[in-house]
Design a protein. Structure first.
Length: 144
């Protein structure tokens, strides 16, 4: 299983806020996913770096758990589980040049890991379907 490389992590508050304001969101019982496509120049550079060893080429992942989730031990456990889920799912289902923010919920620390993986997959699918629908509408409007 791959781990999220340090260069592929969101660390600044402004990066998290950008994903929250401009990105797409999907909520599931185990997590909330926010996805923000950074732009063409990032995608092109990420594609050229594809020869690197990291399966996260061009993708960045941010993890957060508020105090509502629980005490520090529970929040850290929730973040570790989200990190493991991201490392398992995003290399296959994620897009280069995209920021992913995974937000822990109250059930994240106790939720079965398979259910957490299913939550992440379905949230990614929902966000992707929204993007595809928007692209189809733009294309249809341009053709008219």
């Amino acid at each position: 299983m791959a781990t999220v490389p340090k260069a592929g992590r969101l660390l600044k508050r402004s990066e998290f806020l950008r994903a929250a304001r401009r990105g797409r969101k999907a909520a599931r019982p185990g997590l909330v996913l926010q996805v923000y496509a950074r732009g063409r120049e990032t995608e092109n550079s990420a594609l050229s770096d594809r020869q690197g060893a990291s399966p996260f080429c061009g993708m960045r992942v941010g993890l957060t758990a508020s105090r509502k989730v629980g005490n520090a031990v529970v929040r850290n456990r929730a973040r570790r589980r989200l990190r493991a889920a991201a490392a398992e799912i995003l290399p296959d289902c994620g897009r280069p040049g995209t920021d992913y923010v995974l937000i822990a919920r109250g059930d994240t620390a106790e939720r079965p890991f398979d259910a957490l993986l299913t939550d992440l997959r379905s949230a990614l699918k929902q966000v992707e379907n929204r993007n595809a629908g928007k692209d189809r509408r733009k294309t249809a409007a341009m053709e008219q």
